[in-house]
Design a protein around this ligand. Sequence first.
Ligand code: NAI
Length: 303
Amino acid sequence: VKSLAKKQAGLANKTAHAAVIGAGIMGGGIAYQSASKKVPVVMKDIAPQAIELGLSEASKLLQKQLERGRITADKMAGVLNSITPSLSYEAIRDCDVVVEAVVENPKVKATVLAEVEQHVSDDTIITSNTSTISINQLAKTLRKPERFCGMHFFNPVHRMPLVEVIKSEVTSDETVATVVSYATQMGKTAIVVNDCPGFFVNRVLFPYFAGFCQLVADGADYTMIDKVMEKVFGWPMGPAYLLDVVGIDTAHHAQQVMADGFPERMAVSYEDAIHKLFSTGKFGQKTGSGFYCYSKDKRGKVV
Ligand code: NAI
């Protein structure tokens, strides 16, 4: 997969300027990653406070590296200067690649993609970081859908090496090559996949979560499952902890998408551990409790 992606990237021009629409958890992370790998980036949002947060998160990550002696103060200033915050689309006019990373709502995304298309040249590649919305469906909202594809990063962007590049039925080879190349410039490993519910990663991850939920429903202790997967099997996080980090609300939504896409294999039960936590508002780390309780993001005792 890696060599295929690299071969495709070799055919493409390098991205000189990029833009990210949405400065939230993902947009902020993508902007930081792009800038830190020397691809200047516009970070656009509709909320000034989101932009401030995006910049302050980037600043915190750089500060840590500065304290560890990994970068100089000049490099830190250079990276921060190459993130151009903006509340207007004017700033994205000359960008080669745009990554849409606004809220996971098909209507909002369709509006934003149409707005982006009005403000860039016909050669600009447009991508979406959606985790669950069909790329074919989003492609239909564009005037030139062949220059559009999915570019799915993982959280936290600066640490997760994988990017899924998702082709619609009409995405051009040139578009794929440019996006793979941009992901490579960002220090990521891209895989190219076709559009389907869950793309690649959630197709693998959600059957695993379903198996985990089944074990819990059968009476297994999820802390033991986590211990075995982490300490014996060697994975960095067991399924319960991983679900808390991803967010129970996010996982619940993705689980529904998988169930709709593959009803015979991925049907969800109301007795499901994810469903039960979701219905009580325990969304994991972000709300302070899920499978575990949290204090300052550290995994605490069992709820
Ligand atoms: P978030 O809620 O942290 O950020 C969304 C941002 O979009 C906010 O700053 C909001 O002000 C901005 N926004 C909303 N409408 C806008 C508009 N019309 N124009 C410009 N900005 C607008 O959301 P998050 O978690 O960063 O997710 C963004 C996208 O990334 C979603 O599609 C999500 O599914 C996807 N994703 C999320 C992951 C995660 O772990 N959070 C992982 C991979 C993908």
